[in-house]
Design a protein around this ligand. Structure first.
Ligand code: CA
Length: 248
């Protein structure tokens, strides 16, 4: 059971985020395009579409490749697709995007990630867990103990990314897999949500929610109430997201 919503926010004229919910595959993606109009929108949409197509194809052919290899290949294929397009914005800048992918299998959650969208896991009785690490300059400073999370969000360098799709062919992709439990809930979001909401609040809202569709509406509404300086995208997945309905 999953839902997603994207919103331009209160200050940006266009929306460069993209997301995709494919419950039949247990596949969920969020991307945050960079490079100005129109290239940012093109890059993020192309990234989610290309990566999802690779995962879908791998499932259909049943080639037996390890899931983590399929996910790495999917993100790299999205990177190639963006580089091949060479669309530029009004200032001549090329297009780029972040991309974060969650693939749920029975008992396992797999993540592939480049950039600063985030994937969180909520589990009853456990602290909210980030399954992704922001590939941003401020995250490196946080890791070194030089900034707090709160300072990082407000830092003038907070938009500077260390890794994105669309810059070079040799792309490093973070891929992780870990066991999941039926009660686990997942949230994918662009940095537009993180700029107006801390982990603690995200965790408590995930825990209290009854319906993913209601929760994504509420999160986007709250982000807008708080000024939403950037595009906001949220995808929420509840426990049995990877299972076909007939499996109960
Ligand atoms: Ca953004």
């Amino acid at each position: 059971m999953a839902a997603g919503k994207t919103d331009p926010g209160m200050r940006r004229p266009n929306n460069e985020d993209a997301f995709l919910v494919a419950d039949d595959l247990g596949l969920y993606l969020v991307a945050d395009g960079l490079g100005g109009h129109p290239s940012g929108e093109v890059a993020s949409a192309l990234a989610v579409r290309t990566a999802a197509a690779v995962v879908r194809e791998a499932g259909h052919t049943g080639a037996g490749a390890a899931v983590t290899d399929v996910l790495t290949g999917a993100v790299r294929e999205a990177n190639r697709a963006i580089l091949a397009q060479d669309i530029r914005d009004d200032s001549g800048q090329g297009m780029a995007t972040t991309l974060s992918v969650l693939l749920l299998e029975p008992g396992m959650a797999h993540v592939a990630h480049v950039g600063d969208c985030r994937i969180y896991r909520w589990r009853p009785g456990a602290p909210l867990r980030r399954l992704t690490r922001d590939h941003s300059q401020v995250q490196t400073l946080v890791d070194q103990g030089l900034l707090t999370e709160e300072q990082a969000v407000r830092h003038p360098w907070s938009h500077r990314l260390e890794r994105v799709l669309g810059l070079e062919h040799d792309l490093a992709v973070d891929v992780t897999s870990e066991p999941r439990e039926p009660a686990d809930r997942f949230l994918l979001c662009s940095d537009g949500l993180v700029r107006v909401m801390g982990d603690e609040e995200i965790g408590s809202m995930l825990g209290l929610a009854r319906d993913p569709a209601v929760l994504v509406e509420r999160l986007v509404h709250l982000a807008r109430e708080r000024g939403a300086p950037d595009n906001v995208t949220v995808v929420v997945v509840f426990g049995d997201g990877g299972q076909p309905p007939c499996a109960g």
